[in-house]
Design a protein around this ligand. Structure first.
Ligand SMILES: CC(C)(COP(=O)(O)OP(=O)(O)OC[C@H]1O[C@@H](n2cnc3c(N)ncnc32)[C@H](O)[C@@H]1OP(=O)(O)O)[C@@H](O)C(=O)NCCC(=O)NCCS
Length: 153
């Protein structure tokens, strides 16, 4: 898919973020958590991938980054299943890496479920390396989390 743009998200995108989140996860973030991500622009960056469909700006994916000083953490990334496999997740993650490189954020961390093959492959493609494992991290299933990180060169 080439006809989309990556833009800074705002609170007006909340309904569409909830829709994408609910379509992507068995244990989705709550509306309140997504609202907090969109609201705190001093510590959070939220980018959306959008398609213009006539008068409607459709959010097809989003990424959230929480950052403090020179470190960032990918809070979440999701692409609506209807638009998966078309380069949107890659574009969102590369946009966040660019923001970090321009903002003095030297390292980006993230956690991922070991069984999430699409996400693991995306992170590896974007240069993230395995840094560790957190036992029983996910409270819904008791799964471990794999820890990954990317460093600005
Ligand atoms: C993970 C996710 C964000 C990927 O987004 P996407 O837009 O479908 O990914 P892209 O099309 O940009 O693909 C980029 C790379 O990701 C990997 N990838 C994407 N989908 C994949 C799949 N189904 N199987 C294996 N690898 C996959 C590939 O390495 C791909 O590169 P390639 O096309 O050169 O092979 C998307 O699958 C998603 O929203 N999943 C549900 C939510 C989720 O699990 N989020 C991560 C939480 S840690």
């Amino acid at each position: 898919m080439t006809d989309y743009s990556i833009e800074a998200a705002g609170l007006t995108d909340l309904d569409q973020l909830v829709r994408v989140e609910n379509a992507c996860f068995q244990t989705p973030w709550s509306r309140e958590s997504l609202s907090a991500l969109l609201s705190d622009q001093t510590k959070c960056l939220c980018l959306v991938a959008c398609r213009q469909e006539s008068e409607f700006r459709r959010v097809v994916g989003y990424i959230g980054l929480i950052h403090v000083l020179d470190e960032g953490e990918i809070a979440n990334i999701a692409v609506h299943p209807e638009y998966a496999g078309q380069g949107v997740g890659f574009a969102l993650l590369e946009a966040v890496k660019q923001f970090c490189a321009e903002s003095g954020i030297l390292t980006i961390h993230l956690e991922v479920r070991p069984g999430n093959a699409p996400a693991l492959a995306l992170y590896r493609k974007c240069g993230f390396l395995l840094t560790g494992r957190r036992r029983g991290y996910y409270s819904d299933t008791g799964e471990d989390a794999l820890l990954m990180a990317w460093n600005v060169m």
